[in-house]
Design a protein around this ligand. Structure first.
Ligand code: ARG
Length: 705
């Protein structure tokens, strides 16, 4: 192509000024630019460009100071132009002037629906070989505009997500160059977009700029054949561009930087050749999800919309029916758009966790795929959560059984009806039908209405480390619950780590077991070893528990203890033989409280009761958890996380740990069913025992009547 056939549109800066703030560059710069210097700098660019191409001019208009940035007029390809729809009302006044210019020049003007922002060539850049269109979103242009570009311009659109508000338009950080080269600033994009760029542009053609160049708008360059015109570039960048065969022409545009623009922004290329062999395609996907519940009170709608945006998608709320009474629920339909199928699946599966349903009406059956290799699910299998889940089979919602986290859902068509159940990967059998994709799946979230939330919320995380008084308060409440559960014959499961013993909580936990407050105990080798060491030798890991000092040779105590139990056979045998006479495990044996000890790589011994086959240990745990009303997690992160994964929502969890991070991790089940207490577990148990005593004391009984 000869230079003379290349045309640009510019607009003289007669009315240019920084009048408002719509990007970070404009902050602090209101009326700070000099119109004379701006005019001079603009002339500089204009002359350079005129030597290399034809420059058309559009008449500057009063009241629209940013009209100099003609890149934002629209996007041209061949005889078609997609007119911009500005995101900010401050610039919307430019639209009719640009529209008129395009019409006068004989372009076919395409206009996007109202409220669908797209800022023209500022956010959409053609590959210089004409193979595809790079389109930005995240700040000014909406992802939903991209399919229109693909349709109207009949070209493949590659969507790139902008992450850094200093680089709010694609052309501020991205510039395709002749010969398939690309000048760009990678940190301005999310990782998915970077991957997409790397897939399309070979490494040898990617010219990544430093932040120093990026903030001088080096990527906001005008490329005419082998010339790159820009505000400023470091020597390093100039060398690299030269090595790729480009001549760099610098021209100061500092007055325009104050408005967040430079060379490229001040121009619009209006001759973009159409390649006959390229055609429309956009990987962009949209789907409608429906949500229902206390969307506002429980903050679900915000969470959902945040999640869409954080996940790299965009949304449009199609309708929102606000529940009018306090107790009534709201419903909403949200159209989610994602730049690719993968991103869509990730976003929607997270939305499902929040209780959203994808295409509820149309889906009669979830997608099923057959297991072809035992213990391996089909690629796209739906990963379960702790929330009660239902799946669509033969136009009916079927409740999934054995709900747990991180499983696959297997659907059986039995003579007595359809069933669905959670199955661990390792348990999948050849021929089984597993749910894949995200359609026709819903999770039932108990979303709390306003009052429910206020009365139930007594988690300690907000306050960081809980104060003593607050620990007392929460202990009172849990003690009361433990009493209720015991009295109605319910089930409390305890997971405990050895810290229970080190902090002096052993005797208190033993008492809880003795008094019937614990129906199953889960732990590892360590808690049992330390408990037994403490009851047989008075030490825990060799430290005298009464005096708090190390006992000479005490570090061998725990091995002696393990050896003793091994000689007896099992812990229960040791109790029956009179060798073990007190402590947590003694009480378990005496009161027929089942326990399971899961082994680990660093276990000494281990005790004969420790299950070193972890799959068996997991199965034991999950059996003992069945039917639990409350799980008390005492300073054992690993065992507690394991338990958390196996436990469906609805089971109350109380997690006690001195480390706030552990408490947060474990109690973050997105519901009020879990309570975190950041405190010393020994102290917690001793307060708990005291509180339970109080509940039975005559004084307390008198108070209750
Ligand atoms: N002040 C203008 C805005 O924020 C600057 C536009 C720069 N143009 C561009 N294509 N990046 O909209």
């Amino acid at each position: 192509m000869t230079s003379s056939s290349i045309r640009f549109l510019m607009c003289s800066p007669d009315h240019y000024d920084v009048d408002y703030v719509i990007n970070p560059w404009m902050e602090g710069n209101i009326h700070k630019s000099s119109r004379d210097r701006a005019a001079e700098q603009w002339q500089g660019l204009f002359q350079i460009l005129k030597e290399r191409a034809v420059v058309d001019l559009v008449k500057p208009e009063r009241g629209v100071p940013d009209m100099v940035f003609t890149a934002n007029a629209g996007l041209v390809l061949g005889d078609d132009v997609v007119l911009s729809r500005f995101y900010h009302k401050e610039r919307q006044g430019e639209e009719p002037f640009f529209k008129q210019w395009f019409l006068e020049q004989g372009y076919t003007v395409h206009e996007l629906p109202k409220d669908l922002p797209f800022e023209g060539a500022g956010d959409a850049l053609l590959d210089r070989e004409g193979r595809w269109l790079w389109a930005g979103y995240g700040f000014r242009s909406e992802l939903d505009s991209h399919p229109y570009l693909a349709k109207w311009l009949d070209i493949e659109v590659l969507s790139l997500r902008l992450m850094d508000d200093r680089f709010y338009h694609l052309d501020t950080c991205f510039c395709p160059l002749t010969g398939g080269y690309l000048l760009y600033y990678p940190p301005a994009f999310d990782s998915y977009s970077n991957r997409l760029i790397e897939m399309r542009v070979p490494e040898a053609k990617r010219i990544a700029v430093s932040e120093a160049d990026a903030v001088k708008f080096a990527c906001n360059a005008v490329n005419v054949n082998h010339t790159v015109i820009l505000n400023k570039a470091t020597d390093d960048l100039k060398h690299r561009l030269a090595a790729a065969g480009f001549e760099v022409v610098e021209t100061p545009l500092t007055e325009f930087l104050k408005a967040g623009g430079a060379a490229k922004c001040l121009t619009l290329r209006v001759t973009e050749p159409v390649r006959a062999e390229v055609h429309a395609s956009a990987a962009i996907e949209s789907r409608v999800v429906r949500m229902e519940g206390h969307l506002l009170d429980a903050g679900l709608i915000n969470q959902a919309l945040d999640l869409v945006v954080e996940g790299g998608g965009s949304f449009q709320v199609l309708n929102f029916n606000l529940g009018e009474q306090r107790q009534s629920t709201s419903s909403a339909e949200v159209k989610v758009t994602a730049p690719s199928h993968d991103v869509m699946e990730t976003i929607v599966s997270q939305l499902i966790d929040l209780g959203a349903v994808a295409r509820p009406q149309e889906v009669c059956d979830t997608n099923l795929e057959t297991v072809t290799l035992a213990g391996v699910a089909p690629d796209d299998f739906y990963v379960t959560t702790i929330y009660p889940t239902e799946v669509r089979v033969k136009c009916e919602w079927v409740k999934v059984r054995n709900q747990r986290m991180d499983a696959a859902i297997v659907v059986h068509d039995t003579p007595t009806g359809i069933t669905a159940e959670c199955k661990l990967l390792r348990d999948l059998q050849v021929g089984e039908q597993v749910i894949v994709g995200i359609e026709g799946i819903r999770t039932i979230r108990k979303t709390e209405s306003r009052e429910h939330r206020n009365t139930q919320e007594f988690s300690f995380m907000g306050a960081g480390v809980s104060s003593e008084r607050r620990v007392e308060l929460v202990v009172e409440q849990i003690a009361w619950e433990l009493r209720q559960i015991r009295d109605r014959g319910g089930k409390v499961v305890v997971t405990a780590g050895p810290v229970v013993i080190h902090t002096g909580g052993g005797e208190h936990l033993a008492k809880l077991i003795r008094d019937g407050y614990v129906q199953a105990l889960l732990g590892g080798n360590a808690i049992a070893v330390h408990d037994i060491e403490q009851s047989m030798m008075g030490t825990s890991l060799g430290v005298d528990m009464k005096r708090g000092v190390s006992v000479r040779g005490g570090h061998r105590h725990h091995l002696k203890v393990i050896n003793t139990i091994r000689r007896c056979g099992t812990i229960a045998d040791a109790v029956h033989q009179g060798v073990l006479t007190n402590g947590i495990f003694y009480e378990c044996v005496q009161h027929h409280v089942p326990f399971s000890l899961a082994g680990s790589i660093r276990d000494d011994g281990p005790l004969p009761d420790t299950q070193m086959d972890l799959l068996k240990a997991q199965a034991d745990y999950s059996r003992l958890i069945q039917g639990a009303d409350l799980i008390l997690m005492l300073s054992s992160m690993l065992h507690s996380i394991g338990v958390g994964n196996m436990t469906p929502a609805g089971v109350k969890m109380v997690c006690v740990d001195i480390n706030p991070a552990v408490v947060t991790k474990l109690s973050d089940r997105g519901s009020v069913e879990s309570v975190g207490v950041v405190t010393d577990v020994g102290l917690f148990l001793s307060l708990m025992v005291q509180q339970l005593e109080k509940l039975t004391s005559p004084y307390h009984l008198a108070q209750m009547v």
